[in-house]
Design a protein around this ligand. Structure first.
Ligand code: UT7
Length: 312
């Protein structure tokens, strides 16, 4: 069995928080934030469920599929609205999903983890359609008095409808997932607490994880980095993306970038960047796309996808 992407949708809160706004409340500057991260502004507000419902509904409408025909909905999130039940329960109800639903937390690598899980569900049958959503409200666990982290994060959601198909029509060519729990102390939030991060350590780990994981995924797909038409990296810091591009041998202008407008939205960052590139007509039939993410845990995941216009 293969997997096709047959629809997509996004959601961002209405409220924009610019670097200038942050200058007014923190010892920071628009120039520092732009030069050290590439971020200009981020959106904040709404709950994880609200954003997931909006993005999920748009993806279902775009795919023109009945929500009742979705066999499984996976909500990738690191910021659930409640401890119990899973946030997917509310989203499932609001969208009228027919099958099951669960939350998946693999931090910023969550969406690519979700693709891998969806593929195995589709391969195992009876799941024929999966709604995969990445949604996070990092503003809720951000310490707005800590300039080391407050300038980085934002809220948002992105969703895709995935459908089973024959192996030859499948778009997912390969994947790589991994984790290293010995690094759990460099980026964390205790229950009810705010995020704490050793920025430089995360930066180094991120570049290492993205490069290693991307190379493994490319190798198992039987493709070279220079064949990649679009790189869709986790949107944490433009300098991390540029370092990864350089070491992988992918020109930086082939990277999909939304972090200038969204900041780091964790599980939502890869679908937001992918869908933004699709809407900007950056992909043609047959193009190779490399998705690669890393996050708290640390976790990492990469996938090589062949874009198919005909799937939509
Ligand atoms: O989804 C995964 C999550 N996170 C990440 O991927 C983040 C990974 N890390 C990073 O992106 C970068 O390490 C940061 C953006 C967090 C920090 O950038 P950096 O270039 O590594 O800065 P730094 O931590 O080495 O700090 C350099 C200086 C320090 O001042 P001194 O000690 O040189 O006087 C910091 O105190 O910049 C200062 N600084 C700031 N200055 C103005 C740190 N944050 C800020 C700020 N505004 N917001």
């Amino acid at each position: 069995m293969g997997l096709q992407i047959v629809g997509w949708g996004t959601a961002l809160p209405e409220k924009t928080l610019t670097n200038r706004d942050l200058e007014a409340q923190l010892d920071t500057s628009d120039q520092w934030i732009r030069e050290r991260t590439g971020i200009r502004e981020r959106r904040i507000g709404d709950s994880t469920a609200e954003l997931a419902i909006e993005a999920g509904r748009e993806a279902l409408e775009h795919a023109e599929v009945d929500p009742a025909s979705i066999d499984m909905m996976i909500l990738c999130t690191t910021t659930p609205d409640q401890t119990v039940p899973a946030t997917s329960a509310k989203v499932h109800e609001a969208l009228g999903i027919g099958g099951g639903a669960f939350d998946l937390n693999a931090a910023c690598a969550g969406f690519v983890y979700g693709i891998v899980v969806a593929e195995s569900l589709l391969a195992a049958n009876p799941a024929k359609r999966v709604l995969l959503i990445g949604a996070d409200v990092l503003s809720r666990i951000t310490d707005w008095t800590d300039r080391n982290t407050a300038v980085l994060f934002g809220d948002g959601a992105g969703a895709v409808v995935l459908q089973g198909c024959s192996d030859t029509d499948g778009q997912l060519l390969s994947s790589d997932v991994g984790a290293d729990g010995s690094l759990s102390g460099i980026l964390y939030a205790d229950l009810g607490g705010k995020m704490k991060m050793e920025g430089a350590e995360v930066f180094k780990g991120a570049v290492r994880a993205m490069i290693g994981s991307s190379r493994r995924a490319l190798e198992s797909a039987g493709h070279r980095a220079d064949e990649i038409a679009l790189l869709v990296p986790h949107q944490a810091n433009l300098r991390i993306i540029e370092a990864a591009c350089q070491r992988l041998g992918i020109p930086a202008d082939r990277a999909a970038i939304v972090l200038d407008r969204t900041g780091n939205t964790s599980s939502a960052s890869i679908p937001l960047a992918l869908i933004d590139a699709v809407r900007a007509d950056r992909l043609s039939d047959g193009d190779l796309v490399l998705l690669t993410g890393f996050g708290a845990g640390m976790t990492w995941a990469s996938a090589v996808v062949r874009w198919r216009e005909s799937a939509r």
